[in-house]
Design a protein around this ligand. Structure first.
Ligand SMILES: Cc1cc2nc3c(=O)[nH]c(=O)nc-3n(C[C@H](O)[C@H](O)[C@H](O)COP(=O)(O)O)c2cc1C
Length: 190
């Protein structure tokens, strides 16, 4: 069975993005896969220095913090990586962006480590900008040679306050189908 890692880029640990990722992972677990939800939002994180250290030292980063020491190892070991971010000013959160900017070059310098892993993005959004957030994260999957499953709608929930996702029936169905598709694809790619 496969390993599915979800990364929550929202500082609200139990917020809508968390609930969306939980719904996706529940379907993967139902199909027998191992899952983990990593909470990244709100943690202190710095962006990429552009120093090239990761090209000379595969799988390492000169920052030497939790992104390379802990999170990158989990991403490298996963069959599927689900990245969730709330929409902030029509885009992803700063923490999520820093993770992409750091781990992308690391994987590139580490034998294209994310190649043919599965990648999926989800976003909680009050009203506008959710598609842009998904696009930003999807760019990461595309340039890292990853495979992206779809769902019954774009992977969003219209949600403002914590818990709103539970009232978004279509958002719930979208997450369930995304989880089913990730589980289905993991089985076929292994
Ligand atoms: C700094 C900030 C910026 C936001 N920008 C947008 C936005 O551009 N569009 C929007 O529809 N909602 C915006 N929101 C609302 C959040 O996307 C919404 O509350 C979402 O459910 C938060 O997800 P979470 O519970 O996982 O943190 C913003 C919220 C914050 C705190």
């Amino acid at each position: 069975m496969g390993k599915i890692l979800a990364i929550n880029g929202s500082p609200r640990a139990g917020g809508n993005t968390y609930q969306m990722l939980f719904a996706v992972l529940s379907e993967c677990e139902r199909a027998g896969h191992e899952t983990e939800l990593f909470h990244a939002g709100g943690r202190t994180v710095s962006g990429c220095l552009g120093c090239g250290y990761c090209r000379r030292n595969p799988g390492k980063c000169s920052r030497a913090d939790w992104v390379d020491g802990e999170l990158y190892q989990k991403m490298a070991a996963a069959d599927a990586i689900v990245i969730g971010s709330p929409t902030y000013f029509s885009d992803l959160t700063a923490e999520t962006k820093a993770i992409l900017d750091r781990t992308g070059p690391m994987a590139g310098g580490d034998g294209r480590r994310f190649s043919r892993k599965i990648g999926a993005a989800v976003s909680a959004v009050r009203r506008a900008g959710g598609i842009h957030t998904l696009d930003s994260i999807n760019h990461f999957f595309q340039i890292n040679d990853m495979v992206m499953p779809g769902s019954s709608y774009w992977n969003m929930s219209l949600a403002l306050f914590e818990g709103d996702f539970e009232r978004d029936e279509e958002g719930g169905r979208t997450m369930t189908r995304l989880g089913e598709n990730i589980a289905w694809l993991v089985e076929r790619l292994r």
